[in-house]
Design a binder for this molecule. Structure first.
Ligand SMILES: [Zn+2]
Ligand SMILES: [Zn+2]
Length: 136
């Protein structure tokens, strides 16, 4: 068929929409918050021609639209996760750097708790470190 090829080619706008949906899906399906280069690696498995600049642009857009939120790790690294996650913490492998979500909260002081001296707790962040199954 002469026009079989043109029918599979997406218009620039369609390609952008597909990339945006794919970036969000990669972030939402992940077991932990991802860096932009990690998102890039996964997006390229489906859309191999996607450049890292496109990922940066798309992540910025999803972040400003509040679909995703930024996670600043204690070492200063920025990662991204879906904005609809409940209270959770992070575990980072000290060897490969992979970050995993931990739904279990080890802290007994809940937000709103009063601390000695009249201080009221609003929130807490806990980052755990260890070794992942692949690095063991
Ligand atoms: Zn690891
Ligand atoms: Zn907690």
């Amino acid at each position: 068929m002469m026009n079989a090829k043109t029918s599979t080619q997406a218009l620039p706008g369609q390609r952008q929409t597909k990339q945006r949906a794919l970036v969000y899906e990669v972030i939402r399906e992940s077991k932990g918050p991802l860096t932009v280069p990690e998102i890039h690696v996964q997006v390229r498995q489906t859309m191999p021609r996607t450049g890292i600049a496109t990922i940066y642009r798309t992540v910025k857009l999803l972040h400003s639209s509040k679909w995703i939120q930024a996670v600043t790790m204690p070492d200063g690294e920025t990662r991204y996760e879906s904005a609809d996650l409940g209270h959770h913490h992070h575990f980072q492998c000290k060897i490969c750097g992979e970050v995993l979500d931990i739904d279990h909260c080890p802290m007994s002081l809940a937000p709103g708790a009063e601390l000695p001296g009249g201080y009221i707790l609003h929130e807490h962040e806990i980052t755990m470190y260890g070794i992942c199954p692949r690095c063991r």
